[in-house]
Design a protein around this ligand. Sequence first.
Ligand SMILES: Nc1ncnc2c1ncn2[C@@H]1O[C@H](COP(=O)(O)OP(=O)(O)OP(=O)(O)O)[C@@H](O)[C@H]1O
Length: 327
Amino acid sequence: MVAGLEARDVVVRYKDVTAVDGVSLHLQPGHVLALLGPSGSGKSTLLRAIAGLAKLDAGSIHWNGEDLSAVKVHKRNFGFVFQDGQLFPNLNVGRNVAYGLGKWQGSRQDRVAEMLELVGLAGYEKRKTTELSGGEAQRIALARSLAPSPRALLLDEPLSALDTGLRRHLAGEVSRILREVGTTAIYVTHDQEESSMVGDTVGVIVDGRLLQRAEPDELWRQPASVAVARFLGNKAFLTADDARALGWSGSLPAGHVLGVGPRSLELHPDGVPVQVLDEGFDLGHVEIGVELPNGQRAVVRSEERAGAETVRVRLVGGAVTPADAPT
Ligand SMILES: Nc1ncnc2c1ncn2[C@@H]1O[C@H](COP(=O)(O)OP(=O)(O)OP(=O)(O)O)[C@@H](O)[C@H]1O
C-alpha cells in the first residue's frame, strides 16, 4: 500500500481544453506540496480533481491506496481553503470555526479555542466576520478547515487577495501551522517566494503538465528544463564560456546551459560593462534590464538606480539547466 495521497495519470478536460494532462504525484502523510504555475496552467483544476469537485477524464485519486473515485467530496475528509476564505457572514468567528466539526468527539468550544490559538487569533470567538481584516479572515478560514482534523488540506491561492507584505508574513505563518498540525497539504500559488516558503517540495505545472517537482533549493538551482527555468525567472541562458566571461567561477556539465535570473548578476566595480536597456521597480528593488555581451537580455537586481548608460556586472550564480530537455 502507498501511504498518503496519490494522483495517478490524472486528465481533466473542459470541452476542447485539456486543463490537466496526465499528472501523477504522491504525497507522504505530513508532506506539504506547493503547486506553482502560470495563470491557466491547471493548478486549480488539479486541486479540484483531487478534492472530487472536478470530474476526471482519466486516471485516479487514492488515499492510503484506496481509490476515491466512488467517494463523494464530503466523505473524502479533505479540508479546503480558497482565495476569498468564504466565511459565512451571518455567523460569528466561533461559529464559523465550529461549522465543520460535525460529530466532533469532545468539547466543540475547546476545539474552536484551540484552533483560534493555533492561527494566532485566540479569543476571537465572538467577533463578526465583517469586522476582520483580510489576513484575519484567511486565518479563520484556515482554522475552520483544520478544525475537524482533515486527513489532507487543499489550499487554492489562499493568500493571493492580500497585499504583498502581508502575504509574505502569512505564508510563513501558514507554513508553521501546517507543520505544527502535521497535515498533508497541497498549496496552490503563482507566487514563487510563497511556494518555497510553504512547500517541502514545489511542483511546477505548465499547460496542465507537472514539469518538475523538487525541494525548493534544488528546483531553483537545477531546473529540469529550459521551460521550467524560464518560468522561474531566468531570462538569459549562457554557455560555460559566456558565463566565465562574466566572471562566473562555477562549472557546467556537458549539454547544460546556465540560466540567468534576477539574483544571478550583481553590480560590481570590477565587473564587465554592459548596456542598460531599462529600469523598473519590484518590491523595493530596482530591476535593471541589461544587454549581455552575447546579445541576450538579463535583469540585475539592485538597491539603487543605474544612473548611467552602462553598468558593470558580475555573474555570481545561475540555474544549471539541461540545454536540450523537452520544453
Ligand atoms: N469551468 C471551466 N470551463 C471551461 N474551461 C475551464 C474551466 N475551468 C478552467 N478552465 C480552463 O482550464 C485551464 C486551466 O484552468 P485552471 O483554473 O485550472 O488554471 P490555474 O492554473 O488554476 O489558473 P489561475 O492561476 O489563473 O487560477 C484554463 O485554460 C482555463 O481557461
